[in-house]
Design a binder for this molecule. Structure first.
Ligand code: CA
Length: 228
């Protein structure tokens, strides 16, 4: 049974989320302010932290960085709760280390889906996998080959690197900056639109309908997310 820590100062929301998670069989721990929340991350070592950004005392982004900078807690996945669209830029732009975020107000169904998705991810993301699979899409990492319905499709080197980066972080939003850094390297002299162009090419190869992508979803003003 996974243990989930909710750090959020809105008591009614905490109660709602805690009830839902408990009903689904999760163990739930809660904290209504930042310092207490950080202490509980360290003492409870939960399997997942649901973390609000705007908190009295220590704010969510600071907590996120502290959790990531502590060896005992660095591996714990974090879903951030954010009230405004502008905070989304901070979460992704600062590369706070959050695994996902949800913009308020959100439905309990969506919340639960995100929680499950994050808990399903491999515990150690640095562990090298040989294969990435999503539905009828299969990526052989060692052989650098991609198959759709077991038919090989040809990708350029950059398209391949881009796809594996997105799939390794599936269901998480990756900013264009982060994608550029990871796929093109630190010394890139390329425009951010390069990412968009490669995403378009990739969609033409792996989406059923590239004008209505279901796998590589655009998160407006932020970046892209691989669903599945
Ligand atoms: Ca709050």
């Amino acid at each position: 049974m996974a243990k989930i820590l909710i750090i959020e100062d809105e008591a009614s929301l905490v109660q709602k989320l805690a009830e839902k998670l408990s009903a689904e069989g999760y163990a739930v721990v809660t904290a209504l302010e930042g310092e207490e929340g950080l202490q509980k991350v360290r003492s409870e070592l939960p399997d997942l932290v649901v973390l609000d950004i705007m908190l009295p005392g220590l704010d969510g982004l600071s907590i996120c960085r502290m959790v990531r900078n502590d060896n005992r807690t660095a591996h714990i996945p974090i879903i951030m709760l954010t009230a405004r669209g502008t905070e989304v830029d901070k979460i992704v732009g600062l590369e706070s280390g959050a695994d996902d975020y949800i913009v308020k107000p959100f439905g309990l169904g969506e919340f639960l889906a995100r929680v499950r998705a994050v808990l399903r991810r491999p515990k150690n993301p640095t562990l090298q996998q040989d294969e990435l699979v999503s539905g009828n899409l299969r990526v052989d990492i060692t052989g650098r080959r991609v198959y759709l319905d077991e038919q090989e499709i040809k990708l350029s080197n950059k398209e391949f690197d881009l796809l594996t980066e997105l799939m390794r972080n599936r269901n998480a939003v990756l900013s264009r900056d982060l994608i550029l850094t990871k796929v093109w390297g630190y010394d890139y002299f390329v425009d951010k639109r390069t990412v968009d162009v490669h995403i378009r090419w990739l969609r033409e190869k792996i989406e059923d309908d590239s004008s209505n992508p279901k796998r590589i979803v655009t998160v407006r003003g932020v970046g892209y997310r691989f669903e599945g």
